[in-house]
Design a protein around this ligand. Structure first.
Ligand code: ADP
Length: 259
């Protein structure tokens, strides 16, 4: 079906930017941002030039997770240079406001902020731009899906039924606006006790794989619940760069190769 409002015509390409990939989730707290950051770093480790756009206007967590602080430079007073760390070019609304300030914005302001962060940024030449989408299927998501020429969307879900139900809604939203769904990643797939190595399926396990099959899209891989993943992203040294030889980094790189 066509996107509402003739949206296809507004999908202008972003100069210099190859594929734009959205990382989305049906609801918050499932690890969408953690996945977006590590996926971007996985793509970069696989040899691509990668940018990361934090479109989670109301809860930007990319600055903290990438360890980037300070405002972006604007040499010409019109466009902004992205910030850089770990070889990623990064833009986030979080660079422009302080961390404690809530974003009390209505739809049109969100829309214009997103558009500026996408188009008024000197991305240079990128193979891939990873977009950390806002959670859910509201206004901001629809705007992004409609205005940005997305090559595809990756859906992050925990194995729980409720998260999967929300993930299904997210997936259907992209399909409605003709954005290909590249696949589902199961985050917090299982828990390995750091002391005894025992594995527990806290939120159940394998739900996302089954759901991907049912929905006819790819299952991209699973990431366990591990304190090291949280600690490294909280301190701005995501696991893909802080433990590049570990199993988690390998899993993210493998997912990046499938996207
Ligand atoms: P979302 O973007 O979906 O709201 P976040 O990526 O901000 O979720 O993750 C929410 C919290 O869960 C963060 O503190 C993050 O560090 C943690 N987290 C995410 N994925 C994992 C994981 N696989 N293992 C451990 N902690 C995780």
């Amino acid at each position: 079906p066509a996107a509402p409002g003739g949206a296809q015509s507004r999908k202008l390409p972003v100069t210099g930017v190859g594929a734009i990939i959205a990382v989305a989730s049906g609801k918050g707290g499932v690890g969408k941002s953690t996945t977006a950051v590590n996926l971007a770093l996985g793509l970069s480790a696989n040899g691509l030039k990668v940018g990361l756009l934090d479109a989670d206007i109301y809860g930007p967590s990319v600055p903290r997770m990438t360890g980037i602080t300070g405002k972006p430079a604007s040499p010409d007073g019109k466009t902004m240079d992205p910030k850089e760390n770990f070889g990623l070019k990064v833009m986030s609304i979080g660079f422009l406001i302080d961390e404690e300030t809530p974003m009390i914005w209505r739809g049109p302001m969100v829309q214009s902020a997103l558009s500026q962060m996408l188009r008024d940024v000197n991305w240079g030449t990128l193979d891939v731009l990873v977009v950390d989408m806002p959670p859910g299927t509201g206004d901001a998501q629809l705007t992004m899906a409609q205005q940005v020429p997305l090559a595809g969307a990756v859906i992050v879900s925990t194995p729980q039924d409720i998260a999967l139900l929300d993930a299904r809604k997210g997936l259907n939203m992209f399909r409605k606006v003709d954005v290909p769904v590249l696949g589902i990643i199961e985050n917090m797939s299982y828990f390995c006790c750091p002391n005894c190595g025992h594995r527990s399926d806290i939120f159940g396990h394998g739900g996302a794989r089954a759901e991907a099959e049912r929905l006819g899209c790819d299952f991209l891989g699973e990431i366990p619940l591990d304190i090291a993943i949280r600690e490294t992203s909280d301190t701005g040294h995501p696991i893909v760069v802080s433990a590049p030889d570990g199993a988690h980094a390998e899993a993210y790189r493998a997912i990046a190769a499938r996207v």
